[in-house]
Write a protein that binds this ligand. Structure first.
Ligand code: NAD
Ligand code: UDP
Ligand code: UDP
Length: 361
């Protein structure tokens, strides 16, 4: 019998990534809304491995069960198919509220739903936090700064958002979500944390979500021209997902209730940015069949770029001022852009291979 138990224990620990043991007083019951998405699933991994009890709530609009399937069946893990626009009654200690489409094509696909998710969805999660006395962290965004007149953007800046443009459903939705957090804090004493997240990339981001990193990598892997919107002189700063996840956990467990920027301050023009992903294609494993026209380590010439018209209300410059996070959380990004891109390219290659292997099934 003892042998049988040992075998069972062994197969259990082999089945799941390693999980720390936490005593009952340190173990928290944590809700992650949007936990089957790109950022949420990495956050799920970290908090599970840290030994907490996780409930992931997701309506699978842009998230996928596959992102968290390695935890399904684990005694500390529960996945609920639920839309945060509907009320939710559970008992938890902390709420990471990430549910919201995040890429421009996704949030513009159904602007009314994006608004409902960010307003009614956030209201419900704050109502839940109030009822059970939980702390809530809102995944806000650098988009609250709009097309900024202050550069780099610090947390004091109020922003420059077109309230009726195509991005407004997301930008204004997140601004209202922040307003709600502080109303619940002041009026109801709910403990809130607000992370203003800047462009983030990494494995499990959707290949077809239309963001610049996923588009460029996919286009480069498939030997297609890279699509640049406008002149390509607009800038962004990109952080790798593991840096963001560490920042979110530090912020949640800090005593800072005012908004905090989380992003990588290294700024690139979109035109600048396209060279590394393409040059890194030489690192893609040989067994992956790429389009024969793929660039494979060759420098990109301008003929391999397709210039398309500029996106409406596209912020022209964006770069976080992260002095607050550095000073108050002791946080700063540590993953270099090239290393993060390399990992992401490997992930996209595996995904393409997976798709190719499954298309005839
Ligand atoms: P994502 O689309 O991969 O994840 C969002 C998740 O929320 C998905 O799993 C989706 O199915 C779920 N969701 C959407 N609407 C829902 C609803 N009504 N009810 C329940 N679940 C719902 O995007 P992501 O990049 O992981 O973004 C996560 C959060 O971080 C979002 O709130 C986003 O606004 C914020 N953020 C992300 C970035 C970035 O660059 N990735 C930048 C700034 C802010
Ligand atoms: N809510 C929820 N779960 C809870 C408590 C509240 O989803 O555990 C929702 C509730 O449906 C309401 C919203 O959160 O629409 C705001 O709750 P609050 O208590 O602040 O408002 P009230 O119910 O008093 O209107
Ligand atoms: N962009 C581009 N080509 C693409 C996708 C995006 O030139 O194929 C540009 C886009 O216009 C913006 C920048 O890249 O200036 C970042 O876009 P993304 O959608 O990744 O993020 P966000 O606009 O939300 O920062």
């Amino acid at each position: 019998l003892r042998e049988k138990i040992r075998d069972l224990e062994q197969s259990f620990s082999q089945k799941y990534p390693p999980v720390k043991f936490l005593s009952e007083k340190d173990r928290k019951r944590i809700l992650i809304t949007g936990g089957a998405g790109f950022v949420g699933s990495h956050l799920t991994d970290k908090l599970m491995m840290d030994g907490h009890e996780l409930t992931v709530v997701d309506n699978f609009f842009t998230g996928r069960k596959r992102n968290v399937e390695h935890w399904i069946g684990h005694e500390n893990f529960e996945l609920i198919n639920h839309d945060v626009v509907e009320p939710l009654y559970i008992e938890v200690d902390q709420i990471y509220h990430l549910a919201s489409p995040a890429s421009p094509p996704n949030y513009m696909y159904n602007p009314i739903k994006t608004l409902k998710t960010n307003t009614i969805g956030t209201l419900n999660m704050l109502g839940l936090a109030k009822r059970v006395g939980a702390r809530l962290l809102l995944a806000s965004t650098s988009e609250v700064y709009g097309d900024p007149e202050v550069h780099p953007q610090n947390e004091e800046y109020w922003g420059h958002v077109n309230p009726i443009g195509p991005r407004a459903c997301y930008d204004e939705g997140k601004r209202v979500a922040e307003t709600m957090c502080y109303a619940y804090m002041k009026q109801e004493g709910v403990e809130v944390r607000v992370a203003r997240i800047f462009n983030t990339f990494g494995s499990r981001m959707h290949m077809n979500d239309g963001r610049v990193v996923s588009n460029f990598i996919l286009q480069a892997l498939q030997g297609e021209p890279l699509t640049v919107y406008g002149t390509g002189s607009q800038t962004r700063a990109f952080q790798y997902v593991s840096d963001l996840v560490n920042g979110l956990v530090l912020l949640m467990n800090s005593n800072i209730s005012s908004p905090v920027n989380l992003g990588n301050p290294e700024e690139h023009t979109i035109l600048d940015f396209f060279s590394p992903p393409v040059n890194m294609l030489s690192s893609v494993p040989k067994r992956i069949r790429l389009n024969p026209n793929a660039y494979r380590g060759r420098a990109v010439s301008r003929s391999q770029i397709q210039f398309l018209s500029e996106a409406q209300d596209d912020p022209q410059r964006r770069r976080p001022d992260i002095r607050k996070a550095k000073m108050m959380l002791g946080w700063e990004p540590v993953v270099p852009l090239e290393e993060g891109l390399n990992k992401t390219i490997q992930y996209f290659s595996r995904e393409l291979e997976h798709q190719a292997n499954n298309q005839y099934i």
